[in-house]
Design a protein around this ligand. Structure first.
Ligand SMILES: O=C(O)c1cccc(C(=O)CC[C@H]2O[C@@H](n3cnc4c(=O)[nH]cnc43)[C@H](O)[C@@H]2O)c1
Length: 252
């Protein structure tokens, strides 16, 4: 039986290493390189159901998309395409839905500031007719993952500037009803995954509230540690039911 192949993309190495610790790969992770990046690899030996590559691609949607694209392309050229891409890391939580310490699994990954300003307010690129601003996670997978992780299940916004005022938080929540979290990479990774026809999931552990910048209130260490627990639960779910991942188009 072929192992399910996962690509996990974080912004920084601390997030990558915390995520990797959630996988029981049967030993210390190995490494391999793709142009511009070194990936950790767990699992994948004979009889192991999951093979996971983990990549710290940098902060922001452009760095994340570039890194994810390099890994996806290298895997496709090796003839070993990924089955699922997971974009993950710490994030800001919209209050009161996702308090500090919560975990969020995205049902939708939304580019919240991709568009144009106008006297009448923000116009997204899809409203303008020249792009898209939303990617959907596979519904069954994201719902079951949220349940398994004890997570809030809702939209995760991708922004290029972390929110630092009550006014911006209010505007984002008004524009995206039900928004659970914001971070800076998800939509970029989703664009890369979509161009390869690979489904995407986003997991955020909440380190801070979306709102007025209050650096002293951030709980980065706790949110980093929560990534390990979250990925252990995700690995258990996918080992139990790999059919939650929609099949690749070429295996239909
Ligand atoms: O303002 C600061 O002093 C500060 C210190 C450390 C880190 C930051 C970040 O903005 C980290 C961005 C990084 O973490 C994710 N993240 C975490 N919380 C948020 C948020 O509320 N809004 C957007 N991104 C967040 C993000 O995905 C980046 O990878 C600031």
């Amino acid at each position: 039986m072929t192992a399910t192949r996962l690509l996990v993309v974080t912004a920084v190495t601390a997030e990558r290493d915390r995520a990797a610790a959630g996988f029981d790969g049967g030993g210390a992770p190995g490494t391999h390189t793709v142009p511009g990046h070194t990936l950790l690899r767990t699992g994948g030996h004979a009889g192991h159901p999951l093979r996971t590559d983990l990549l710290a691609g940098g902060v922001g949607p452009a760095a994340a998309a570039s890194a994810a694209s390099a890994a996806l392309t290298a895997a496709a050229l090796r003839g070993e395409p990924y089955d699922l891409v997971v974009t993950a890391g710490i994030g800001g939580g919209f209050q009161p839905l996702a308090p500090i310490g919560a975990v969020v699994v995205a049902d939708r990954l939304i580019a919240a500031d991709l568009g144009a300003d106008s006297p009448d307010g923000f116009l997204s690129v899809d409203a303008l007719g020249f792009g898209r601003t939303v990617h959907h996670a596979p519904p069954d997978l994201s719902r079951e993952a949220a349940h398994a992780l004890g997570a809030v299940h809702g939209p995760v916004l991708t922004v290029s500037t972390a929110t630092g005022s009550a006014e911006t938080a209010r505007l984002l929540a008004e524009r995206h009803p039900g928004a659970a979290a914001e971070a800076m990479e998800g939509f970029g990774v989703a664009e890369a995954a979509a161009s390869h026809g690979v489904p995407v999931l986003e997991i955020r552990t909440v380190s801070n509230a979306v709102g007025p910048r209050d650096r002293a209130a951030w709980r980065i260490g706790e949110a980093m540690a929560a990534l390990t627990t979250a990925f252990a639960a995700l690995a258990a779910l996918l080992e139990k039911d790999p059919t939650l991942i929609p099949p690749r188009p070429d295996t239909n």
